[in-house]
Write a protein that binds this ligand. Structure first.
Ligand code: SF4
Ligand code: SF4
Length: 246
């Protein structure tokens, strides 16, 4: 089974001279190729700990770099730069600046979990990808992704009422992400659902959209869940050294 290796020699670090003569010998062109020395001084020694503190990243320390995750990865098959094994290596060795070079593609994980089934060490690479994408957002390296905004909207509704009203989730998500509500695919989907939906169920959904029903005796549960979510959030921010931003 091939291991998807990744070269640490970047093209911009390869130097050649078009015209170079040394001791009377012409070594122009690729004969004079050399690699610029690469010195890493800005290690983040807490990087592995920080990723491990986020949901999904807990087992990153188990990785033995076999490459099975990258080898089985759906996204790697179409984008060779998407390399979970390599990112786990960078995280475990504290090479934050190297990791940040790929910050704009880490979110591309499609959560197919092929890597999770392939991993012989139960690292849960899919979880590590999620934790890393979350870490990038929390540290301010990338803007909040649409999937994070959707998750937040969903969670807010569950905590507020103990129920999910899909229409409200979609409306609020579109408003927060600046998308128009009347999108062709959505209008078509609503039409098709409306055609097949039993009248009673349609009426219940319409009333729920207007009156926003709550789960009975939800107040205590809401307080307990809110407290737990807040505690977890504070714990994560503290682990990442960003508690003063709350
Ligand atoms: S879950 Fe993500 S990292 Fe794992 S195989 Fe699928 S796309 Fe790749
Ligand atoms: S995460 Fe698992 S599959 Fe990927 S390199 Fe590490 S041990 Fe191998």
């Amino acid at each position: 089974m091939p291991i998807h290796e990744k070269s640490l020699i970047r093209p911009e670090n390869l130097k050649t001279h078009d015209q170079l003569v040394i001791d009377g010998v012409d070594v122009s062109g690729h004969w004079s190729t050399f690699i610029e020395s690469r010195v890493v001084t800005d290690y983040n020694e807490r990087l592995e700990e920080e990723i491990a503190a986020l949901p999904g990243g807990e087992h990153i320390h188990r990785c033995w770099q076999c490459g099975s995750c990258t080898n089985s990865c759906t996204v790697n098959a179409i984008n060779p730069d998407f390399n979970p094994r390599f990112w786990i290596y960078l995280i475990r060795t504290g090479m934050e600046s190297e990791l940040l070079r790929d910050k704009d593609i880490i979110w591309q994980c499609v959560s197919c979990n092929k890597c999770t089934y392939a991993c012989p060490r139960d690292v849960f690479p899919e979880g590590v990808m999620k934790a890393t994408a979350h870490w990038l957002e929390l540290k301010g390296h990338t803007p909040k992704s649409k999937s994070t905004i959707f998750d937040e909207e969903f969670t807010e509704q569950v905590i507020a009422t103990g129920k999910i009203e899909e229409g409200r989730v979609i409306r609020n998500f579109f408003a927060k992400t600046g998308q128009p509500l009347l999108q062709d695919w959505l209008v078509e989907m609503v039409k098709r659902i409306a055609r097949r939906l039993p009248f009673k169920q349609g009426l219940t959904m319409a009333l729920a959209a207007i009156f926003r029903p709550k789960t009975k005796n939800w107040k205590k549960a809401r307080a307990a869940i809110s407290e737990y979510v807040q505690e977890q959030e504070q714990h994560r921010r503290k682990s990442l050294g960003i508690e003063d931003r709350t």
